[in-house]
Write a protein that binds this ligand. Structure first.
Ligand code: ZN
Ligand code: ZN
Length: 122
């Protein structure tokens, strides 16, 4: 009887579960593309001049697509994660901060796991 081949492929596969930007384990696996969709849905109800903000959100999603895939899947679309939701939301929040002060509070309410994450850093 032949010995079963050792499962080398499993060992060689990426087991990376840490965010490509902040290096933290991804605890809120929602990918930038799904967050982008949520943000655009949310902004659709705003009457403000938000074209620049929408462009920035799309650009940020594209930038984060360049990171390597992690061994963690988005809970919404099932695609592999690259960066955590916190880092993505932080980028958007930093841009919004100052430019769209009237939207900030609502942004925090809708995408609050990012902002709380900042305060959780010891
Ligand atoms: Zn991160
Ligand atoms: Zn997704």
């Amino acid at each position: 009887m032949k010995e079963l081949a050792p499962q080398m492929s499993e060992e060689n596969a990426t087991n990376e579960v840490n965010c490509g930007v902040c290096g933290e384990v991804v605890t809120q696996p929602v990918c930038p593309e799904c967050l982008e969709r949520e943000m655009i849905d949310w902004l659709a109800f705003k009457g403000e001049n938000i074209a620049e903000l929408l462009n920035f959100i799309k650009e940020t999603t594209n930038i984060f697509k360049a990171y390597d895939c992690l061994n963690t899947k988005c809970v919404i679309c099932g695609k592999k994660m690259r960066v955590c939701a916190h880092c993505y939301c932080k980028e958007i929040f930093d841009y919004m901060n100052g430019r769209y002060p009237e939207l900030e509070d609502e942004f925090i309410t809708h995408f609050d796991f990012n902002i709380h994450f900042k305060m959780r850093i010891p």
